[in-house]
Ligand binder design. Structure first.
Ligand code: NAD
Ligand code: MG
Length: 398
């Protein structure tokens, strides 16, 4: 029997890497359901190759997809639409494993649905956890879901923690002899830029990451270091620790993917060539291991491993995320919403790179924080924060 996999966001960078890992192990996994927001050409190719039972697309694309699948003689594929369709495939009984690889807040409800259905959930969609951390983690415990980190740093931390760490009681303090989590950051494409140079960088430059090939939004987040800020919040929730137990370490080579320090002076690191197939394979099969095409690390070719502290003046996003995590409640939702709007505006050429964090800072100050009591409140606050961020962008001439 193969395990049935649902891939939310199959046409994205993580979605494609997931297919690559699955294609190597057809005896163990089958692609049961997939979703895509755009790129119908790629979606049709995926359907031809993997023959999923269900595909989810936005309603406005459904008719075109149906015609295209008919032309390919793929008449048995069920087409569902919009958020209801995403939720339906995430919680479908026949599905064993859900890869949550939609980008941004759009992935929140489908990811939560998978968790509430008690699935093995491979979490790439960090924004969903940033927005709903306590609710998502509680739902995982209540419904016996296995929420496994795909983000390379969190996967590395998970691999370096004691094996039963995800099951421990949540206190905010590290347990089982752990003293600190060292979250590594490549520093992005502008690590060595001056503040003046950052003022003029273009979306194209921001999307050219030195070590990883990723979707546009996370590429810009990596360039501002907001990605590390979101990951800091993600780590606090996944591993149940307060933010002061997470130290960010800039490591430009992206060979060490993160580390865990213990009270006895040990530091454990997970290393490997930067390729998302490794953490995806790990989360798919854990506690087993799966073969991938990622070449083993050749230490004789690895020139150097460097480490430095992040520059909080050039890259204020990390401090903003830390503040938001410390404030708790809806602050991470506000931070994330403003960032999504600001990154989209930067990609459209409406604001400067350095204005992204200004939008986030303004929105965090302007929107009232409160307890994140329910998903409805989180989604409402997300909408309000987006509105305020958009207004601020218009105000600064964007
Ligand atoms: P991407 O932009 O390449 O792909 C995003 C996917 O989400 C696509 O399939 C797209 O069709 C779908 N999508 C976009 N907007 C949608 C919407 N409104 N409704 C439904 N579906 C929508 O992004 P990516 O780089 O694959 O990243 C996906 C997630 O994984 C992000 O949360 C990112 O932070 C996280 N992540 C990515 C990497 C990486 O290496 N790419 C690493 C770690 C974590
Ligand atoms: Mg990461």
């Amino acid at each position: 029997m193969t395990q049935a996999v649902c891939i939310l966001g199959v046409t994205g960078s993580i979605g494609q890497s997931t297919l690559k890992v699955l294609a190597r192990h057809p005896d163990q996994y089958s692609v049961y359901a997939v979703s895509a927001y755009s790129r119908l050409d790629e979606l049709v190719e995926i359907c031809k190759k993997y023959n999923p039972k269900i595909v989810v697309v936005p309603k406005i694309k459904a008719l075109e997809l149906e015609q295209r699948l008919n032309q390919e003689n793929l008449k048995n594929i069920e087409i569902l639409t919009d958020e209801a369709g995403l939720i339906a495939i995430a919680e479908r009984d026949a599905v064993d494993i859900v890869m949550a690889a939609i980008v941004g807040a759009a992935g929140l409800l489908p990811t939560l649905a998978a968790v509430k259905a008690g699935k093995r959930v491979l979490l790439a969609n960090k924004e969903a956890l940033v927005m709903s951390g306590d609710i998502m983690m509680q739902a995982a415990r209540d419904h016996n879901a296995l929420l496994l980190p795909v983000d390379s740093e969190h996967n590395a931390i998970f691999q370096s923690l004691p094996h039963n760490y995800l099951q421990i009681e949540r206190t905010g303090e590290p347990q089982l002899g752990v003293s600190q989590v060292l979250l590594t950051a490549s520093g992005g494409p502008f690590l060595n830029h001056s503040l003046e140079q950052l003022y003029d960088v273009t979306p194209q430059q921001a999307c050219k990451h030195p070590n990883w090939s990723m979707g546009q939004k996370i590429s810009v987040d990596s360039a501002t270091l907001m990605n590390k800020g979101l990951e800091l919040i993600e780590a606090c929730h996944l591993f149940s620790i307060s933010e002061h137990f997470v130290t960010v370490v800039v490591h430009p080579q992206s060979i060490i993917h993160s580390m865990v320090q213990y009270v006895d002076g040990s530091t454990l690191a997970q290393m490997g060539n930067p390729d998302m197939c490794t953490p995806i394979a790990h989360a798919l099969a854990w506690p087993q291991r799966l073969k991938t095409d990622v070449p083993a690390l050749n230490l004789f070719e690895t020139v150097q491993l460097n480490f430095q502290a992040p520059d909080n003046i050039k890259f204020p996003a990390l401090s903003l995320a830390r503040q938001a995590m410390r404030a708790g409640g809806l602050a991470p939702t506000i931070l994330n919403a403003a960032n999504e709007i600001a990154v989209a505006a930067f990609l459209k050429g409406q604001i400067r790179f350095t204005e992204i964090t200004q939008v986030v800072e303004h929105t965090l100050q302007a929107v009232q924080n409160a307890k994140a009591e329910s998903i409805d409140i989180i989604l409402q606050t997300d909408m309000i924060a987006r509105g305020i961020a958009e207004k601020y962008i218009v105000g600064i001439g964007g």
